[in-house]
Write a protein that binds this ligand. Sequence first.
Ligand code: FAD
Ligand code: NAG
Ligand code: NAG
Ligand code: NAG
Ligand code: NAG
Ligand code: NAG
Ligand code: NAG
Ligand code: NAG
Ligand code: NAG
Ligand code: NAG
Length: 649
Amino acid sequence: MASFLHIGSALLLGAALVNGQTSATTATTTSLAPAQQTVSADSDSGVPLNTAETVQLTTEVLQNLTSQLNQTTVSYFDFGNATAATKRSTTGCKVFPGDWAWPIDFIWDIFDLLLGGRLIKTVPSASSCYPGWGDQSAAECAYVASVWNDSHFHMEDPTSVMWPLYQGRTCLPTGSNVTATCTLGGYPSYAVNVSNVAQIQLAVNFARNLNIRLVVKNTGHDFSGKSAGAGALSIWTHHLKSLRYIPSYSDSTYSGPAVKMGAGIQAQEVYEFAHANGITVIGGEGKTVGVAGGYILGGGHSPLGSIYGLAADQVLALEVVLPDGTFTTVTAATNPDLFWALRGGGGSTFGIVTSLVVKAYPKIGVTVGSITFGTSNVISADTFFEALKTYYSYFDAFTAAGTYVYFWVFPLGNGQYIFETHPFFAVNHTVDQFNTLIQPFVDDLSALGISVTPSGTYYDDFYDAWLAGFPLETVGSTTMLTGSRLFPRENFNNATLLNVTIAAHRQTLEQGYPILAFQMKADAPAGSVPNAANPAFRTMLMHGITSISWPATASSAEILSAMNTMTNDVLGPWRAVSPNSGAYMSESDLLEPNFQQAFYGSNYARLYSLKQKYDPCGVLYAPTAVGSEDWTVSSADGLPDQNGRLCHV
Ligand SMILES: Cc1cc2nc3c(=O)[nH]c(=O)nc-3n(C[C@H](O)[C@H](O)[C@H](O)COP(=O)(O)OP(=O)(O)OC[C@H]3O[C@@H](n4cnc5c(N)ncnc54)[C@H](O)[C@@H]3O)c2cc1C
Ligand SMILES: *[C@@H]1O[C@H](CO)[C@@H](O)[C@H](O)[C@H]1NC(C)=O
Ligand SMILES: *[C@@H]1O[C@H](CO)[C@@H](O)[C@H](O)[C@H]1NC(C)=O
Ligand SMILES: *[C@@H]1O[C@H](CO)[C@@H](O)[C@H](O)[C@H]1NC(C)=O
Ligand SMILES: *[C@@H]1O[C@H](CO)[C@@H](O)[C@H](O)[C@H]1NC(C)=O
Ligand SMILES: *[C@@H]1O[C@H](CO)[C@@H](O)[C@H](O)[C@H]1NC(C)=O
Ligand SMILES: *[C@@H]1O[C@H](CO)[C@@H](O)[C@H](O)[C@H]1NC(C)=O
Ligand SMILES: *[C@@H]1O[C@H](CO)[C@@H](O)[C@H](O)[C@H]1NC(C)=O
Ligand SMILES: *[C@@H]1O[C@H](CO)[C@@H](O)[C@H](O)[C@H]1NC(C)=O
Ligand SMILES: *[C@@H]1O[C@H](CO)[C@@H](O)[C@H](O)[C@H]1NC(C)=O
């Protein structure tokens, strides 16, 4: 709120002069300086804090504030494990706009001043399409509609999310008749455009002390609406963009090159940086995904995962603002519990990460390959599924060789199917090595009467291969959702289970649902410190994703019905053939039954107890995050979205 800085100052001054007796100010100053102090860059990780991290909220800052603000007001920003906050609600709910306990504008103005003008009052990203927000414009609306499917638009907005279903489908750029209104819906009320740790601490303390829902938004990629929340204050980490190359990091667990990345760093950025430094850093396939945010905290699968494991396995140290507002360094040595939990136990749960130090690897070459086959007038559906089964039977060999394959199987209607790789990402393989690797599979296809002509192009660096192999994906749909399953090794190596697995997948495809899947493994790298990543990752050879769609005009009841179809009818058979496995929390069905087992497996009990220890008053919440079963959102439309009040169950 750049403009609020001025208004805020005027209000403070006005309050001091006009309403002297009840004023927040006791000093004669006309404005408040940002509540921050620059501290030493020393970190227990051995890697210096970045500039944003040396700017902190300290008890000295708060103490000095008492010369300008009364004790009550200062207490809103104080550290602690406040249980007093619950006194602000008699309903067990987070305080919501309109409640008596919701801070008056004057308090938000003070907050903004302490933040150095970084508070943003939410305006929905497509407000230009509607009256009421003061910025209606046909031209701007047309622009927003034209970029709605591009992740860049949502990531640059303080509150927009890439799966609008979970903000309650308000304020869509099309003026779709499903919700031809533009309200805040599931968007937070305010966001803090953070540029330093002090602002995160102020926001955490303010939300905790005033019992306001807190949301963390990085890019907004989350498939389950985890970066949205009605009536919330959001911490927007997107602009925490530091990157530092550490040629030789060393602790008791690892010696070698590393990279320290700010929480806002995205895949494209860290890959460019690694490329420029002649190294390789582990991230996902998606270009704009927040590598240092929800991605790595939830596990993070990678095109390099079959060789190096999960992204979470690469983390050596984290700098974190905890739910009590304090800033701490988390390493295997300083805080083994949080070091375990933060690496794979999920975002928005134990704290707000401001940066991470991750392992880096030497430059590596990749062949980006392609194989496609489908039904035709000579290839029957039965033969097609025999071919698919043949491919599945090579999963163990192909992942052991270090490859990662993003593949699509589409039902085309009338019993026709097509298989495509997008791409076959053959890490550490020349084209000749790639051809040698897949020759037995090609021969098997040939025996089924399917002739394929694989193609491959070699790149001597991961960055170039990734650029060539993974185009930007579309987002912004309000007419579909996804569900997924991690299929374990035995499903492909045991002939009986392979038959059962193929039968389940065939059923999915016959019912008209696509399969978009990753052939990969993510075994824990040798010698790595154990972490909280879903144990189901360690046995998987396939992360299968499917989706369900509905018409743009579908009612909430019809969408809910489609959701239930996904959860039960579509994913039920997938669960039935992999009963001891789970699903990847970051690319899953929001309504996954027994999500604790599916997303966290045997780690859940320990994660839950750490949640109670570090966040006893539930400052951080996200749907399906650890401890989320203690809370419920009463959405306005009966769908499991974020457009209602958050209450303790
Ligand atoms: C197009 C696309 C491609 C994808 N590709 C991959 C892929 O290749 N591999 C893969 O594993 N996943 C992939 N994903 C899934 C992705 O990992 C998740 O959507 C992930 O949650 C994104 O994290 P984010 O920080 O970018 O998103 P956000 O939606 O902003 O955040 C996700 C969650 O993390 C929390 N969070 C974010 N930053 C922090 C922080 N600093 N501290 C604490 N909590 C935080 C948020 O509160 C939220 O709960 C993809 C998703 C999309 C839409
Ligand atoms: C402290 O300041 C706030 C904000 O101006 C005001 O609402 C409140 O009445 C003040 N309290 C006291 C005890 O002066
Ligand atoms: C607090 O106030 C004292 C006295 O004015 C000043 O010396 C000190 O620098 C202040 N500290 C911070 C962190 O602003
Ligand atoms: C909050 O509780 C934790 C765990 O008991 C404790 O370590 C921490 O010091 C407390 N924080 C504050 C600011 O009192
Ligand atoms: C919404 O659109 C559908 C299809 O275009 C149409 O049949 C329906 O009447 C519309 N509903 C409203 C309320 O405009
Ligand atoms: C957020 O802050 C960054 C600088 O840290 C600035 O470049 C950007 O314009 C700000 N965005 C908004 C929407 O205020
Ligand atoms: C790449 O392959 C070579 C053999 O061709 C092997 O020696 C090397 O260890 C592999 N590199 C990695 C990172 O797996
Ligand atoms: C693109 O965005 C529109 C809204 O403008 C949405 O209706 C549509 O489903 C999106 N398309 C895709 C492919 O995600
Ligand atoms: C294969 O799986 C079936 C069904 O679970 C099981 O009965 C059988 O023992 C397994 N075979 C082997 C060799 O593990
Ligand atoms: C698997 O199915 C095929 C038919 O597709 C059958 O010939 C084979 O015997 C089955 N294998 C097992 C172990 O059930």
